[in-house]
Design a protein around this ligand. Structure first.
Ligand code: HEM
Length: 203
């Protein structure tokens, strides 16, 4: 019997890593724009002018790929049932020493919330980014408001991304395999996403 089950196809993996790579380019170039202490990050991109250009292009790539990632996951991300409520009230079992298995679909409730947050934050970053693209052409009040929200959502997005990256890698061994190679171990699928596993394997 095969040990593995398919989780993500090539398109889904390329899309996810496009989101992740453009996100990191945005973080490093964005930090250069955000505070003087990070100004030297622009050296990695060939100076401040090229850094800003990288930020703008990465912003477009991130916006499009992140919206596409949400659209391609919309069914799994937006449907919450009573098992998801249990998952949320128990903090996904992460707050207890006892092993807890709460039946979950393709994504657990925490992943669904991150997916929804990521989509909303992408829209806010995109809209405010467009306003501050060329500040001289925009109303001063609107520019200041957009700068504030661009910075605020950057901090929130970073916090969400740090948790996401930890839980998607060393926090839950076996999870990253799916996003790297497309397949996950059946024991992993049964442990973390039993409802999804039953659906795809017919077990
Ligand atoms: C090194 C960086 C990253 C790693 C290691 C990583 C890892 C993963 C893994 C392993 C999955 C699949 C989880 C599963 O099979 O249950 C996943 C899904 C996902 N990732 Fe990432 N990721 C990274 C960066 C990002 C970034 C920067 C974003 C968005 C800004 C993002 C957004 C998502 C979304 C929306 C999903 C779908 C499931 C969900 O909503 O959590 N990822 N990621």
């Amino acid at each position: 019997m095969a040990q593995y089950v398919n989780r993500f196809n090539t398109f889904e993996r390329v899309l996810h890593w496009t989101v992740a790579l453009s996100f990191f380019i945005l973080v490093f170039t964005g930090l250069g724009l955000f505070a003087h202490s990070f100004f030297e990050y622009f050296d990695f991109f060939g100076g401040p002018q090229q850094g800003i250009l990288f930020h703008k292009w990465a912003g477009i790539i991130f916006f499009v790929s992140s919206v596409l990632l949400f659209v391609s996951n919309v069914k799994e991300t937006c449907r919450f049932d009573k098992d998801d409520v249990t998952w949320i009230t128990k903090g996904g079992g992460y707050l207890s020493r006892k092993e807890q298995q709460i039946p979950q679909g393709k994504y657990n409730a925490g992943q669904k919330l991150f997916g929804l947050f990521s989509f909303a934050a992408t829209l806010v970053m995109g809209a405010t980014g467009l306003v501050i693209w060329n500040p001289a052409a925009m109303d001063r009040g609107l520019t200041q408001f957009s700068l504030m929200f661009h910075g605020l959502f950057f901090v929130l997005f970073m916090m969400g991304a740090v948790v996401h990256i930890y839980l998607g890698s060393i926090g839950n061994p076996g999870t990253l395999e799916g996003m790297l190679w497309g397949q996950v171990r059946k024991v992993w699928a049964k442990k973390h996403h039993i409802k999804w596993f039953k659906e795809v394997s017919g077990d």
